[in-house]
Design a protein around this ligand. Structure first.
Ligand code: HEM
Length: 202
């Protein structure tokens, strides 16, 4: 039987050592403080708000770009070793809850990652090693989410995903929970008995 660790690795496509590499170093210090994060989020959201794909652009239609930029860079600064700017202003990130109003699909996650990769590629103030660490972190964050969506799991507690997306330690435990949740389900892949594709919240 496949171990939980193997399953978690398979889903993420990112080796655990790589996924956690952002915690081996202080990226906020490595990059020299706030400005690269502001620039990255600005580049990212400039791309998002100009996206030729209307379906993706429209996900952000009710958010002001300046607010979205600030929300993101404050979160990234906080998660990558800097001061807790996001939590000081808005409280716990609780990203799953905060993303609940939006149609976050597998396709949207891939588009999000595409824009983040492009935004990072355009940044000369971020060294190549830090870029790889950051992308691994983003993919690591999104992959359990994507895996759930791909497998159309419904009627399953999303609490493991809440753990993952809150991105506070121990994040690796969340992977085990996600994998464990999947492996212990008898009816995985069967149509949801509640005839809805919406996962149960808790
Ligand atoms: C907020 C969409 C993935 C971090 C938002 C907002 C949207 C959105 C529409 C509202 C904009 C705002 O007012 O800030 C998506 C989609 C994703 C995705 C479609 C991919 C499927 C991620 C990932 C992260 C992230 C991987 C982690 C870095 C945030 C943060 C906020 C946010 C910190 C601000 C939340 C708040 O304070 O209300 N996202 N997001 N998102 N997103 Fe995402």
């Amino acid at each position: 039987m496949q171990s939980l660790q193997q399953k978690a690795y398979e889903w993420s496509g990112v080796a655990a050592s790589d996924a956690f590499a952002i915690d081996d170093t202080n990226l906020f210090e490595t990059l020299g403080g706030l400005q690269p994060f502001v620039d990255l989020s600005t580049n990212f959201y400039n791309r998002v708000y100009d996206d030729e794909e209307e379906w993706f652009r429209s996900i952000f239609a009710n958010s002001k770009k300046e607010d979205a930029i600030r929300n993101q860079y404050e979160f990234l600064v906080q998660r990558m070793g800097g001061p807790p700017l996001y939590s000081q202003r808005k409280g716990h990130p609780a990203l799953i809850g905060r993303h609940r109003p939006f149609p976050v699909t597998h396709q949207a996650a891939e588009r999000w990652l595409h824009h983040m990769q492009q935004a990072l590629d355009g940044m000369s103030s971020i060294d190549p090693d830090s870029k790889i660490k950051m992308m691994n972190f983003f993919r690591h964050l999104l992959d359990p989410w994507i895996a759930f969506l791909k497998q159309s799991i419904c009627c399953v507690s999303i609490s493991p995903l809440v753990d993952v997306l809150q991105v506070f330690p121990p994040r690796h435990t969340a992977y085990f929970l996600v994998a464990g949740n999947q492996m212990t389900r008898q009816d995985l892949g069967a149509p949801c008995k509640h005839a809805t594709s919406k996962p149960a919240d808790e």
